[in-house]
Design a binder for this molecule. Structure first.
Ligand code: ADP
Ligand code: MG
Ligand code: MG
Length: 916
């Protein structure tokens, strides 16, 4: 066994210690005691009323899982802790006349759905139930506790189908013509116990164990085993939780909320997890135990009502909540129980919250002096900021029911707010959207055949599948709103309609879906722009008196992030409009201007001329036509980004992308032939299309290869850039153009292009009389380029890692082909935790980036390094790029705030802040 070197761990006397009393642990010991155990210990040490108990460590679980048996020392250690507990409580576990009862609770480091449920009331038996009845003076309570034990134990420890118990309970209620469990009296509950024991016997093939210690040991083993259920494994893979952490087990003496109206159980938050507001938030249920309060078996009351019900406990709870917030310096959520007027704390942890609340709480805590700004920055993240930037449904309509009616709710798979007419197949989605209709594509689940329909739709709604279903993955990839797995919805694609709670939605009816909450509405819910975007756009000022509290919080945290970050943030933008927006959003330049977008529209014809040119003269004429247009584009761009660097990438995609579609053109030519109406141009085009057709265009004639085989193409582009820069200088501007060569695999390619470019630049300098400083560099987007980066740096003043193509070429798959076909399966099997196109694959692609950056800098110490793939706007990837020492990331204008925030978080984490 490994020796425990953690200074927080009290060392046992003989070797490894597997059991910790609640008084021995603390909140730093989550690895060893799990989250629940560590926090129970923390509360105990704070002097809060926690029912006594002890925690069996994750180490014991690991031994059990590795060897199939519990560690030899465990049984005695548990016995010793149990004896101490019995002595403290003055009764023995399961003692016939006055039993000590305990709960056995799972609790891993990270809270994990899919693990074993807690078993309450362990220690009850046919005998001790009588003792409990006598001691409490409440027969009904004793039998209610016993039936709960058999039910929970039967289901979670012995693996009996829980429905069988539920059915028996329902029948008992029906027989008595009552609707709630509290209306069953002791005699009925006693009968139910007999029934439950029969169910156990016939389903599990054994009697319900009457020995209290056996109950406890079986429950402990069941918790250990639950670490490896399929559901738990799947959850861990998806959340990237290591599979070898193991779970702790908490044994906690019972307190009873089901002892009558002066007892009860509840949950509470120290702040509103939706808004961040401080106040009294939570639910309370009288005469109830454990999960009753969240299970919805009876109606709960708001926590504030507890003040009327039990003022003393209420005041004490408020006091404790304040203690916890000050202590944890964060929003806490809490489980508590009141037993005949005595308050007990059963759980606390730093609570989950909405994106908006995360920002507000972080700044509120700074104002309260509980945390500093560096810590506030760690309390929020880019994913939350991105969520706050999506347009959203007007709350008044969405919540108040002004017009729109909520139909159901699914999984919030891809954020956004989408409104459109319901369509049930891709064909209709495409047809209707072509005629200008907005549509929501509704399917039971989607598959690769639905891709075109998904592209055409405003949003996607499915009734099956989770966060990694095809619909969810593809929608997130496209940035399209998606709600999936809305199981209440019955989707009938044949009859083109869906039914839900008695409503029928026909094809063409308007629906609204909220990809941030998963809610589905009938009718049109109005959409409002996000105040956070209004702020970034400069239309709302954080300093204004009436500024939204959220905007103020975002502003403060962004300002701090900007102050501490090392990475610069640039934008991928191809036109002045995008560039200006990017600047408003905080871009410090353009990292990628794709020039191919400048060859579309009416200019496509000029590219055709270029491709069809038979003679040098024809080609030069075609290029001459393009030159002034390109130049004008660049002038606008340099003006928009005046004073900031603009990296212009020379033409990258294969030329056939500028030619008409092969089938369309073939048909046109064939029809013309049949009419004996030859079109010379079409015939030549068709020939060119055939000539340029490629099996794998992604790996074909593109990037620098184009520049090398089409004389004059790249030099025309360089001339346009140089002339535009000269003109801006003459206009007293400050253009900072950088010329970037795509898809280089070897330094020789770059050297040839470089030489030609330098001649053109010198020529422009001569004719204009303006001195130009134009940096020349390359993309690193092929494995060979990365592997020979040291050589390439000799000819490059900067590298920009094109991580999209680099990911494709390193993995050997093309994004368009694979995302819709097998990524879902890979995600489900856990081969990817997340798509490598979303977050950089650190071990593979990332290693090339790291090594190439180092090799490049070894050759040229002042080599400027950036990244312009989509990863530049992905939070986790930004941290990686910070760590490997790049100078900047470049991303789409909308992602810039996210990149700024994460660059700040990366810089301040590495400065040693308490990173969560
Ligand atoms: P979960 O991890 O699902 O929250 P818990 O271990 O917290 O599971 O227990 C489930 C429910 O039982 C909770 O409502 C909890 O407060 C309650 N509970 C657990 N232990 C005890 C106990 N010793 N006495 C009374 N209620 C308990
Ligand atoms: Mg709990
Ligand atoms: Mg590329």
């Amino acid at each position: 066994m490994s020796e425990n070197k953690d200074p927080h761990v009290p060392q046992g006397t003989q070797g490894v210690k597997f059991v910790y009393d609640f008084t021995e642990g603390n909140k730093e010991l989550k690895d060893l005691l799990g989250g629940k155990g560590a926090n129970l210990a923390e509360m105990t040490n704070l002097g809060l009323p926690v029912p006594p108990g002890f925690t069996i460590t994750t180490e014991a679980c690991k031994v059990y899982l590795d060897s199939g048996d519990e560690p030899a020392a465990l049984r005695d250690e548990v016995s010793a802790h149990l004896s101490a507990l019995e002595a403290a409580m003055g009764k023995k576990l399961g003692q016939a006349d006055d039993p000590l009862l305990v709960s056995v609770r799972s609790g891993a480091k990270f809270s994990m759905p899919g693990m074993m449920d807690t078993v309450l009331n362990i220690g009850l038996s046919d005998k001790s139930v009588q003792g409990l009845a006598k001691q409490s003076g409440d027969d009904r309570f004793a039998w209610d506790s016993y039936r709960r034990l058999i039910q929970m134990f039967g289901k979670t420890v012995l693996g009996v189908d829980g429905e069988l118990f539920e059915d028996a309970l329902d029948k008992a209620k029906q027989a008595k013509k009552v609707t709630v469990d509290t209306d069953l009296d002791a005699a009925e509950l006693k009968k139910l116990v007999t029934k439950f024991k029969k169910i156990v016997k016939s389903e599990a093939g054994r009697d319900f164990p009457q020995d209290a210690r056996e109950q406890m040991d079986l429950a402990i083993h069941a918790v250990f085993d639950s670490w490896n259920t399929d559901r738990a494994k799947l959850y861990r893979r998806q959340e990237r939780i290591p599979g070898d952490l193991g779970t702790a087990v908490n044994v906690c003496s019972m307190v009873f909320g089901n002892l009558g109206p002066d007892s009860g159980t509840g949950v509470a938050f120290t702040r509103d997890p939706a808004s961040g507001q401080q106040g009294v938030y939570g639910d309370y249920l009288q005469n109830a135990q454990g999960e009753d309060v969240v299970a919805g078996i009876r109606n709960t009351v708001p926590l504030a009502d507890l003040e009327q019900i039990d003022k003393k406990s209420y005041d004490q709870l408020m006091q404790i909540m304040e203690t916890l917030e000050t202590h944890y310096k964060d929003l806490c959520d809490i489980e508590f129980t009141i037993e005949r007027g005595q308050l007990w704390m059963l759980q606390t942890r730093v609570g989950k919250r909405t994106a908006g609340a995360a920002f507000r709480i972080a700044t509120q805590l700074v104002d309260q002096g509980l945390i500093d700004e560096a810590e506030a920055l760690q309390r929020v993240n880019g994913a939350q900021l991105a969520q706050l930037m999506f347009p959203r449904f007007d709350d008044e309509y969405a919540n108040g029911g002004k017009g729109a009616e909520q139909l159901g709710r699914g999984i919030a798979a891809s954020p956004g707010a989408a409104v459109g007419k319901a369509v049930f197949d891709s064909y209709t989605a495409i047809k209707w959207s072509r005629s200008g209709e907005k549509v929501i594509l509704i399917r039971r689940e989607t598959n690769p055949d639905d891709l075109d329909g998904m592209i055409a739709a405003e949003g996607i709604l499915t009734s099956r599948g989770g966060k990694t279903s095809h619909a969810a993955v593809v929608a997130r990839g496209m940035g399209k709103t998606c709600v999936c797995g809305a199981e209440d919805l019955e989707v009938d694609t044949k009859r083109r309609r869906l039914t839900v709670n008695g409503h029928v939605v026909e094809e063409g009816d308007v629906v609204s879906i909220d990809g941030s909450t998963g809610k589905v509405y009938l009718g049109e819910v109005p959409v409002v722009p996000s105040p956070v975007v209004e702020y970034f756009e400069g239309r709302m000022h954080a300093g204004a008196d009436d500024a939204d509290e959220l905007v103020k919080a975002v502003h403060r945290i962004m300002a701090y992030a900007d102050r501490v970050r090392r990475l610069r943030v640039r934008a991928n933008a191809d036109n002045a409009e995008d560039a200006l927006r990017a600047r408003r959003f905080g871009a410090q330049g353009i990292g990628l201007c794709r020039t191919e977008h400048m060859f579309l529209g009416e200019r496509r014809e000029m590219v055709e001329h270029l491709i069809l040119a038979d003679t040098d003269e024809e080609r030069e004429n075609a290029l001459k036509e393009l030159l002034p247009l390109q130049k004008r584009d660049f002038i606008e761009l340099f003006e928009a980004m005046d004073g900031l660097p603009v990296t212009v990438r020379l033409l990258d995609p294969p030329l056939h992308e500028f030619l008409p579609d092969i089938t369309e053109l073939s048909v046109r030519v064939a029809l013309a032939e049949s009419r004996k109406d030859h079109n010379e141009n079409d015939l030549r085009l068709l020939q060119a299309v055939h000539r340029l057709h490629e099996q794998n265009p992604m790996l074909g004639l593109r990037g620098v290869r184009l520049g090398l085989v089409i004389p004059g193409l790249f030099t025309m582009q360089v001339r346009a850039i140089a002339e535009a820069a000269a003109e801006r200088k003459n206009a007293k501007g400050d253009p900072r153009a950088e010329i970037m060569i795509p898809l280089v695999g070897t330094v020789q390619e770059l050297e040839i292009v470089r030489e030609e470019a330098e001649q053109v630049i010198a020529d422009v300098e001569r004719t204009t009389g303006v001195a130009l400083k134009l940096a020349l560099g390359t993309m690193i987007e092929l494995p060979r380029a990365a592997l020979t980066a040291g050589q390439i740096a000799e000819a490059a003043e900067f590298f920009s890692f094109g991580t999209n193509d680099l990911t494709q070429t390193v993995w050997g798959f093309s994004r368009d082909d694979v995302e819709a076909s097998f990524f879902t399966a890979y995600l489900e099997k856990g081969i990817f935790g997340v798509s490598p196109f979303e977050t950089i694959d650190k071990d593979g692609v990332g290693k090339l980036v790291r090594d190439a950056a180092a090799a490049g800098r070894a050759t040229r110490p002042d080599l400027k390094l950036g990244v312009c793939g989509e990863h530049g706007g992905d939070p986790e990837s930004v941290h990686f790029f910070h760590e490997v020492g790049l100078d900047y990331v470049s991303c789409s204008p909308f992602r810039i705030p996210v990149a700024r925030l994460e660059a700040g978080r990366a810089a301040s984490t590495s400065a040693g802040s308490d990173h969560r």
